[in-house]
Design a protein around this ligand. Sequence first.
Ligand code: HPA
Length: 271
Amino acid sequence: MIQKQLNESVAYLQSKGFDTPEIGIVLGTGLGKLAEQIEDPIEAHYNHIPFFPLATVEFHSGKLIYGTIEGKKAVVMQGRFHLYEGYDFLDITYPIRVMHQLGIKKLFISNAAGAINLDYKEGDLMLIEDHINLQGGSPLAFKGVGKFGDRFTDMSEPYDVPMRKSLLAIAQKEDITLHGGVYASVVGPQLETKAEYRMLKIIGADAVGMSTVPEVIVANHLNLPIVAVSVITDECDPDNLKSVDIQRIIETAETAEPKMVKLFRELIKTL
Ligand code: HPA
C-alpha cells in the first residue's frame, strides 16, 4: 500500500521538475539558511504533495526544494516532522522514502541538541557517530516492510564513515570545532529532568534531541549513506540545571548556522 502512495508522491514531484537529485538534505535547526542558497529552486509545498504528512499550523512553510548546490542537484526538506507534533514513525520518515525513490544517493541531516557531555559548549557542533533510540518505537515496525529492505536492518555503522572523515577534515581545515559523539533521541516536547540528564550520561549519550534517529533508521533500511550534525544549543548539567529558554535555544542554533552551512557545502564539493 505504501508503495502506491510513494509512486504518486514521486510522480507529482517529477512532474514539477524534481528530476535527478543526487543529495537529500533535511534542514533541521542550524541549516535553515542553506535553503536561501539553492540555485534555480523549484518548490513543492508539503500540503500539495500527494500522501505527504499534512503540515500542522506551526509548519505552514514546510516545503521540498529542488535545485543546485555547489554544482550538485539536491532535494532539500525545509521543515521536518517530529513525533511530538502528533505524527507517527511512518509519517515522519515518509519524506526520506520519497527522496530515496527520487534517486538521492546521500542524505545529510542537521538538528539541535542539548549537551550531555559537558566538554561541549553552546554553539559547538557535534558529528553524530552513533545513536541511542529512546523514542519507544521504530519506523520499520509495519506490515510489508520487507518489500523495501531488510526488516532486521543492520545498525552496526549507521553513519557513513567516508563522509564523516571528510567532515572532520573540513572542520579542521576551516577551524570549526566538531566533536564526535553519541546522540540520544527522545520524544519530547518537554525537556529532560535532572534525573533524566544523569541517566543519559550514564548510558553513554553525548547529546540529546527530539529528531533524526527515525530518519537515520529508514536511511539504513534503504542502504542510503547518511551523515548528521548537531548544533549544541544548551548545556545539560544536572548539578547546575538552569530552566530552559526555548527562544535562547533557537538563537544559539542560528548563531552556529554559518559553520554548519560551510561544513555541508564543502562536503558536497568532495562528492
Ligand atoms: N533536550 C532535548 N532536546 C533538545 C535539547 C535538550 O536539552 N536541546 C535542544 N534540543
